[in-house]
Write a protein that binds this ligand. Structure first.
Ligand SMILES: [Zn+2]
Length: 306
């Protein structure tokens, strides 16, 4: 029976344009996700429900600075759902997302759906992010748990398969457990040492959710693509010294040269610790999935400040 069924499938397949390509790479993805972080969470939901997720960005890439290939744009157009972070995180994908949408793709921007926060005071007044909403919501695991529910529900709607809603709910519960794990890891840090200096303004949600103060950022504003003036860097060194900041956090995906210079200028005992900021970690890093990335970051921060 299996042979007959698969023969019929092959014949049906041959009659459909584009089917050969789809069959050779395991079928069209149900979901295309932009970032590796969304790819991890959405991939768990689709895997649980028997579907697939294709992630556009490779591991370790800076999401502010990534453009899609024309093949990837084509995949976006044929997926049943395209899950996008939104709020201008994917600055290099704006045209690709618009063009996929023009071809009929269903695009779900998740960051606007989770009660987004405005950027904090670290956005310099001349930065184009001042007064706008912060896209880095994943640094609050509880908000990501909400996204899992919303994506599961949306997938159930577009596919007609309720398993997606159920799997979204399971992913939500697992992420709420991760959120508690992050809180437990961070609990060793005393109140007066809950101060962060990071490479760019990506930790506003983290500070809000887990009770930290952002003392400063190396690159002003909400993207990695800006450049700090020498005055801004001098001001930052002063803040680090004033607040007695024991560690500065750099970004695994980017060169830490500038962060190292700032740390050296501010004092000899200041540690530079690289966090997973805009992507999950590579194989063997221990941060390969979104939950592992978040508990790894929490542990690195707890070790540096605790
Ligand atoms: Zn960022």
């Amino acid at each position: 029976m299996a042979t007959v069924a698969s023969s019929i499938a092959v014949v049906t397949c041959l009659a459909l344009a584009g089917c050969t390509t789809a069959a050779s790479d395991g079928g069209d993805p149900v979901v295309v996700a932009t970032t590796t972080i969304l790819g991890s969470v959405v991939g768990d939901i689709t895997e649980c429900a028997g579907g697939t997720t294709e992630t556009l960005m490779p591991v370790g890439v800076d999401p502010h600075d990534f453009s899609a290939s024309s093949e990837q744009v084509a995949h976006m157009a044929t997926a049943q759902l395209v899950v996008v972070n939104g709020l201008d995180l994917e600055g290099g994908l704006t045209d690709a997302i618009a063009s996929a949408e023009g071809e009929g793709a269903e695009v779900m921007e998740v960051a606007p759906l989770i009660d987004p926060l405005p950027f904090g005071e670290q956005s310099s007044s001349d930065s184009d992010t001042a007064g706008s909403l912060d896209p880095h919501f994943w640094n609050d695991v509880s908000r990501m748990a909400t996204v899992a529910t919303l994506v599961g529900d949306k997938l159930a709607e577009v596919t007609g398969d309720d398993a997606y809603a159920e799997c979204g709910g399971e992913a939500h519960d697992a992420l709420e457990a991760t959120d508690q794990q992050v809180r437990d890891i961070l609990s060793v840090i005393p109140a007066e040492r809950r101060v962060l200096v990071t490479d760019h303004e990506a930790f506003g949600y983290f500070a809000d959710a887990y009770d930290f103060e952002i003392a400063g950022v190396i690159v002003p504003g909400g993207s990695t693509l800006a450049e700090a003036s020498s005055q801004e860097l001098a001001d930052l060194v002063e803040v680090i010294q004033e607040k007695n900041v024991p560690a500065i956090f750099s970004n695994v995906a980017l060169s830490s040269a500038l962060v190292d210079t700032i740390a050296a200028e501010a004092g000899t005992s200041i540690e530079v610790v690289a966090l997973y900021v805009g992507s999950v970690g590579s194989a063997g890093s221990g941060a390969e999935s979104y939950p592992d990335m978040m508990t790894t970051n929490a542990q690195l921060i707890a070790d540096a400040l605790g």
